[in-house]
Ligand binder design. Structure first.
Ligand SMILES: [Zn+2]
Ligand SMILES: [Zn+2]
Length: 93
């Protein structure tokens, strides 16, 4: 039986740190922008950022390559196959 504990995303930082130490890095991802460790559900793997730095709302609506309108659930452009990347949130706008 698997006894892996489930850690909530909104756990206090100490708890996440404990989880990280005990469980390893498997379920945690380093945000390359703010340096925070976040769980899978809060990680935007496309840009290696946490969802705080690059929120899900930043999902592109158009293909950056051919300009085709894409659906919110699309990962690749249906016309040219370009991987759809999240837009980064600029701090200094
Ligand atoms: Zn971040
Ligand atoms: Zn395209």
């Amino acid at each position: 039986m698997v006894t892996t504990k489930v850690y909530r995303c909104d756990s206090p930082e100490e708890e996440l740190e404990t989880a990280w130490t005990e469980e390893g890095k498997d379920h945690f991802n380093l945000c390359h922008k703010c340096g925070k460790w976040v769980c899978d559900a809060m990680y935007n793997a496309d840009v290696l950022h946490c969802a705080d730095c690059t929120p899900w709302e930043n999902k592109p609506k158009y293909c950056s390559h051919c300009g085709l309108k894409v659906g919110i659930t699309d990962t690749f452009c249906r016309r040219c196959g370009t991987k759809l990347q999240y837009r980064e949130v600029k701090d200094d706008d």
